[in-house]
Design a protein around this ligand. Structure first.
Ligand code: HEM
Length: 185
């Protein structure tokens, strides 16, 4: 929500897609999600910049390895930082910008097979909640933007919206998100 409000171009494009898909119906349904490619890209881009679970479950190396110049001895506990990978400028063009378009022609999926985007982790300890949480996020966001327009309160510029994060086992906004909401239909 914060990124959409900060990026009205993306909000407009997403609302446009929601209007086209809903075709005047009162709600967007789960069956509609398949065709909402821009919505899926928005969610993926949000998870790239703001993975709710930033540090994956600890792993242990089973053998001595050399990784990017570092020697990691067998038995070392390793913690993988999905937050840093998602913002790595070597992997992502303009890595700090919210640009869902980067996921439109990108085969990346939720299974964690491409290690440059791992908000749900990877491998046998990856998140078993993907099948539940992704449709829930998509359905909620699709219906919110279909029904409401949201902007920053008067007197604040979009780029001044406080995006500070509270780090911990999970990451969330440091301050509550205050918005002006207008019903659309
Ligand atoms: C946006 C929502 C969610 C995100 C971003 C997320 C992310 C993650 C991540 C990054 C891990 C660690 C994976 C790894 O180390 O490879 C994890 C583990 C796990 N998640 Fe989720 N998760 C979400 C929702 C859920 C939901 C809804 C459930 C249950 C209904 C769930 C259940 C679990 C469980 C049980 C584990 C531990 C798996 C294990 O120990 O093998 N998650 N999740």
């Amino acid at each position: 929500m914060s990124e959409l409000i900060r990026n009205p171009r993306v909000m407009k494009k997403l609302q446009q897609q929601a209007i086209e898909i809903a075709q005047g119906r009162s709600m967007i349904s789960e069956e509609d999600l398949e065709r909402m490619h821009y919505l899926k890209a928005v969610i993926k881009e949000s998870l790239r910049l703001h993975p709710p679970y930033p540090l994956l479950l600890p792993r242990k190396s089973t053998q001595d390895v050399k990784l990017m110049g570092y020697d990691i001895a067998a038995g070392t506990q390793v913690i993988i930082n999905a937050w840093a990978i998602g913002r790595d400028p070597a992997l992502w063009e303009k890595s700090n910008e919210f640009r869902p378009e980067r996921f439109l022609n990108n085969s990346v999926n939720y299974q964690g097979l491409q290690f440059d985007w791992i908000p749900f982790g990877a491998g046998r300890r990856s998140c078993p909640g993907i099948q539940f949480s992704v449709p829930v996020m998509e359905l909620a966001l699709a219906n919110i933007v279909y029904k409401f327009d949201m902007v920053v309160p008067k007197g604040i510029e979009n780029e001044d919206l406080d995006m500070s994060e509270q780090f911990g086992i999970t990451i969330h906004r440091k301050s509550s998100l205050s918005v002006w909401v207008t019903p659309l239909c």
